[in-house]
Design a protein around this ligand. Structure first.
Ligand code: SF4
Length: 449
């Protein structure tokens, strides 16, 4: 790599303390970033609106980004699990794709009759310039449903830009109407109900006696989301994807917000306590205290058998947002593992500073990594386990490093007190599996000259 590019790249990597790390900026061209594109960022936020129709206006390749790799669960409609696309081809690129889009919307509106259609205009549409907004306005008038356009060409930025576009789309869905009365309850933002995690968190608040008015966007229907402006507080679980929207809700409806992670014993207890301190009365506080005490005891006892097998192991973390990475560092510490590498796709400066304060000196902290960097630093630091998502999984498998999916493909809930046990169990299973030794031995044999 040329020296000037290398120097530029090294400002996104820090081994000393995080203070000089650069983040929240465009990826280096040609560096094959682990970051997802703008469209993916928007889709991850909006797709769990389960009764809406999600239509990709672009080539079929974009539509491969479906529910199957973003496994948010629904208690009702399954419409959101299907993948729909206008499948733009060469002729459409030359003559325009609006006729296909009109035909697609007509088919959706007459056969499925959803309350809303979200149209994602991807890279090709950003280049050819279809007037997607005009088609959407026509369709709203003709079919009497909401048609919301997300202009999300992947090249226009990166995943964080997609989060903002999704926030704008959600604001459009809610409209400007103020609620007639307020509810002493919360909205949960940024819990996508992976493996049913939203249901676990909702159960906690049900037991405490604080209603969850709406959830953005796990197991959400359009009608549920429209109730959100009545809530008294927004609790932001995934800060990376939902901080922008939380600020919009504060501006539009005067709803204050807090960040609250439900990953790990310490953070889950803190999240419940802070929410109840802000909104609850004496009875809600008493119930929250009892719940935290009861569930903490259970979780502490449940993880005890795993601790001997985990002591002294080294963890690498590469996830979407900084807030989750912070919780993971704390969780690993509680399990006896040290974090030797931590990075994110869209972390913010203050989050990296918190990470730096939690890890040991010498830990590699990096923003917007590429696979070669992850590989080099995992080797250098001797990581025993990588926590990441769908794009990091093959890298760990090829290196013979244990892997835990803490992203949208996870099968068992990792949030809440029950998630503390599941996480310890999963890390123990993978890190102590004999298979990695065989993979490394085979790779070594293969690499011999
Ligand atoms: S980068 Fe462009 S073409 Fe690729 S998935 Fe994203 S929107 Fe589609």
């Amino acid at each position: 790599m040329p020296k000037d590019i290398l120097d530029e790249r090294l400002t996104s990597i820090d081994k000393a303390g995080g203070a000089n790390l650069k983040c929240e900026r465009a990826s280096l061209a040609g560096a094959v970033s682990q970051r997802a594109c703008v469209f993916c960022g928007a889709r991850v936020v909006l797709n769990p609106i389960v009764d809406a129709f999600h239509l990709v206006h672009g080539p079929i390749g974009c539509a491969s980004y479906t529910w199957d790799i973003r496994g948010s669960l629904s208690a009702g409609s399954e419409l959101y699990r299907q993948s729909f696309c206008t499948d733009l081809r060469e002729k459409d690129v030359i003559f325009g794709g609006v006729d296909k889009l009109r035909a697609g919307i007509k088919e959706i509106a007459t056969i499925y009759k959803p309350p809303a259609i979200f149209i994602y205009a991807t890279c090709v549409v950003g280049v050819i310039g279809d007037d997607v907004e005009a088609v959407a306005r026509e369709a709203e008038a003709a079919y009497g449903l909401r048609v919301i356009v997300i202009k999300a060409p992947g090249f226009a930025g990166h995943k964080a830009q997609g989060y903002r576009l999704a926030g704008d789309a959600l604001s459009k869905l809610l409209g400007p109407k103020k609620p007639e009365r307020k509810i002493r309850g919360i909205n949960i933002l940024g819990d996508y109900n992976l493996a049913g995690e939203m249901w676990i968190v909702k159960d906690y608040f049900r037991e405490i006696g604080l209603p969850v008015v709406a959830s953005f966007t796990g197991d959400s229907t359009c009608a549920d989301l429209l109730k959100a402006p009545a809530a008294a507080l927004n609790v932001v679980q995934c800060a990376g994807s939902m901080t922008y929207f939380a600020k919009r809700l504060e501006e539009d409806f005067g709803i204050p917000w807090i960040k609250a992670s439900f990953f790990g014993l310490e953070d889950t207890a803190r999240a419940l306590k802070e929410t109840v301190d802000l909104l609850g009365g004496p009875e809600e506080r008493r119930r929250a205290g009892a719940l935290i005490e009861r569930e903490s005891k259970k979780a502490t006892a449940a993880i005890a058998p795993y601790l001997p097998g985990l002591a002294g192991k080294k963890a690498a973390i590469f996830v979407g947002g900084g807030f989750k990475a912070i919780s993971l560092i704390r969780q690993f510490k509680a399990l006896g593992l040290s974090t030797v590498l931590v990075g994110t796709q869209t972390g913010q400066k203050e989050e990296y500073e918190v990470m730096a304060s939690l890890v040991d000196p010498g830990t590699v902290i990096l923003d917007d990594a590429n696979p070669s960097e992850l590989e080099a630093f995992m080797r250098e630091k001797g990581a025993d386990v990588l926590v990441g998502g769908v794009k990091e999984r093959p890298l760990a498998y090829k290196l013979g490093v244990a892997f835990c999916d803490h992203n949208h493909e996870r099968q068992s809930p990792l949030a809440g007190f029950v998630g503390v046990e599941n996480f310890a169990k999963e890390i123990n299973l993978t890190v102590n599996s004999p298979v990695w030794g065989h993979v490394r031995a085979a790779a070594g044999a293969f690499n011999r000259p």
